[in-house]
Structure formats: C-alpha cells, structure tokens
Write a protein that binds this ligand. Structure first.
Ligand code: SF4
Ligand code: SF4
Length: 334
C-alpha cells in the first residue's frame, strides 16, 4: 500500500492526492506529502470528504457593475484522488450526488465529483457513537473506484470502476486474491460489525413511518432542552448540504463576487426570512426538523435516508443530544 500511494504521489497521478492523516488525537482528510502520513486504521475524521465537492466557502460567479454590467460563472476543480474513504462516507456521497444531480443539477459540485477518484477502505474500528451497522452503511458495494480491506499482512482490493482498474494496473503491483484472502476480508468485515456500541431498535425502513406518527411527541422538547444552537452537528455531517448565498462587493463598487458557504438548520437564523419572521424560531422546532430531514424528508425525495450513522454529530455535540439513533429509539419506545 505504501508503494502504491508513494507512486501515485511521485508520478503525480492527480493534482491532489488526499488521504486520512492524524491531527493531534483526531483524524482529518488532507493533502498527502508522502504515504507515511496516511492512516487507514482510523475510526472517523473530524469533517467528511464532502468538503472536496462542496467546500466550506466557494465563489460561484464574479460580476462587474457600472455602465456595462457582466457576469462570469466560476467553477473550479482539481483532479483529486481521495484515499481512505469509509463506506458510510461513500454512502453519504451517493446521497449528495442525488441531491446535486436531480431537480437542479449543480455545475460546481458536478465538476469536482467528475474529477475525483475515490479509494475507499473498510472501517474496522468504528467510533463509539457510530451506528452504521443498523443502517446497512458499514460496508458498500458501490460508490467507489477502489475499495481496500486490511487483512493483516496485505490488502484485498475490490475494483469498482474502469477508472479504478486503470489506476491500479498503472501504479500498483497486484495479483488475484486467493480464496483464503477473500475469506479473510469477510472475516474482518464481520468482526467490525460486532464492534458497534450504538444500535437502532428498528430497521432503517421503519424510520420514516415512525416519524410520520411522531410529530407531536414530547420527545423533541425534552431532548432539545439542553441544545446550544451551536450548529456543530450539522457542520460535521456528511449528508448536510445546505448553504447560504452572499454577495461580496468591492469597496470601489464596480465589481464583486457571489459565494456560497455552509449553513445549517440548527443555527438560529437559518429559517429567518427578510421580513423578520423565523419559521423555526425555537430549538424544539429546529431539533425536530433535523430529525425529520435525517429520517423522512430525504427518503421521500431521493429514496435514501439522510443519515448514514457515522456518529460525527454525537461526537461533536457538547450537549450530548445530537445522535439520531437515540432520538429514533426514544420515539419508538414512547
Ligand atoms: S446525522 Fe449524525 S450520524 Fe447521521 S450522518 Fe449526520 S453526522 Fe452522521
Ligand atoms: S444538537 Fe448539539 S451540536 Fe447540534 S446545535 Fe444543539 S448543542 Fe449544538
């Protein structure tokens, strides 16, 4: 694996070779200077790889004002290889793809996605708040170009696309996996499924129906009481795709740019409109909305749940209330 990654970097197989790196006691996706920086045995990264397709802040067009106003769209993307993406994040990218390709296709997102190669790795050490095993997102058979599984002394590599196949043939030394190595991969995956500490007390298919009858439940008020409205849960989520759009006009008033930046429904002003009204003016409404978005609204629109069970929201929440699994289990029990 080290040789493969070092060769990708050395031969400049893409403008950016990005992978999971240790940062203090956490993990992040960042540009790799060499293969030694890559950590494939991590639990979860602080931010999901979504940031490479939907950056925290992004210019969408530049404009000129004055006698001859004009507008120039901005869509930039580097060819990028992402190494070490866990299956739940791949599932989240599949949901983001659905959001940004249907209804209103988004050229900025699509350009970045087209130029990305995804090398996944199975998550063998789930974080203590993850519940992917309950959502069928702990492993995936789609959404990657290559998928790596650590079987101890080597990696089993699954080829997902022709692009992945070409990359592997060009930059790595490989051979057909033996039956015993494939059995080793199955064993590693099975073992990892037993490591999850949080689980849903229902199947994923039951969640939309549960929410259908839970709108007036006191669970939302009780759970949201300690909420700080900090927005951390939505900022770290791989399936949250909301953004705010602003204009930045130069002091000279003759030019400027329109940019978008991450926004989230748990922030107080998110649903505030120009006339001053706020459609979700208290934390109970915002908390409930987030749960419905995770468990019902996106399922209805795109056929996929809006949560992949990564546990990042629960890890980030100082009030310790953000996990959808806890709320869904409480609703089921009430
Ligand atoms: S809601 Fe929480 S657990 Fe679900 S995908 Fe988002 S961050 Fe992960
Ligand atoms: S649920 Fe937690 S992380 Fe989310 S806004 Fe409230 S306090 Fe912040």
């Amino acid at each position: 694996m080290i040789n493969f990654v070092d060769t990708l970097i050395e031969k400049k197989a893409a403008e950016e070779i990005v992978g999971v790196k240790a940062s203090d006691s956490k993990y992040i996706f960042g540009k790799l200077a060499n293969a030694g920086e890559l950590c494939l045995n991590y639990d979860v990264t602080l931010l999901p790889p979504k940031k490479y397709f939907l950056p925290q802040r992004e210019t969408v067009f530049k404009f000129k004002l004055g006698d001859k106003p004009s507008l120039e769209p901005v869509a930039e993307a580097k060819s990028t290889i992402l190494i070490g993406v866990h299956p739940y994040d791949i599932k989240a990218i599949e949901l983001c793809d659905a959001v940004f390709t249907t209804i209103n296709p988004d050229p900025n997102y699509l350009l970045k996605r087209d130029k990305a190669t995804i090398i996944g790795t199975d998550c063998l050490s789930p974080n203590p708040k993850a519940f992917c095993a309950s959502l069928d997102t702990a492993t995936t058979e789609s959404g990657f170009d290559l998928m790596l599984t650590d079987i101890g002394d080597s990696y089993v590599v699954a080829i997902g696309t022709a692009k992945g196949d070409k990359l592997l043939k060009k930059y790595a030394k490989t051979r057909e996996a033996t039956q015993s190595e494939l059995a080793g991969r199955d064993g590693q995956r099975k073992k990892a499924l037993g490591e999850y500490k949080v689980s849903l007390n229902m199947s994923p298919e039951e969640i939309p129906g549960l929410l259908e009858v839970s709108w007036g439940s006191p669970v939302f008020k009780e759970k949201s009481e300690p909420c700080l409205s900090c927005g951390s849960c939505v900022m770290v989520c791989p399936t949250c795709v909301c953004f705010d759009v602003q204009d930045d006009v130069a002091f000279t008033l003759d030019k400027g740019e329109r940019y978008r930046q991450w926004d989230g429904c748990m922030l107080v002003d998110f649903a505030k409109v120009a006339t001053g009204e706020n459609f979700r003016d208290d934390k109970e409404k915002r908390f409930r909305h987030r749960m419905y978005r995770k468990g019902k609204y996106l399922q209805e629109r795109y056929g996929k749940l809006g949560c992949v069970g990564c546990g990042r929201c629960a890890l980030a929440c100082l009030a310790q209330i953000a996990s959808p699994a806890e709320t869904f289990n409480l609703l089921k029990a009430s």
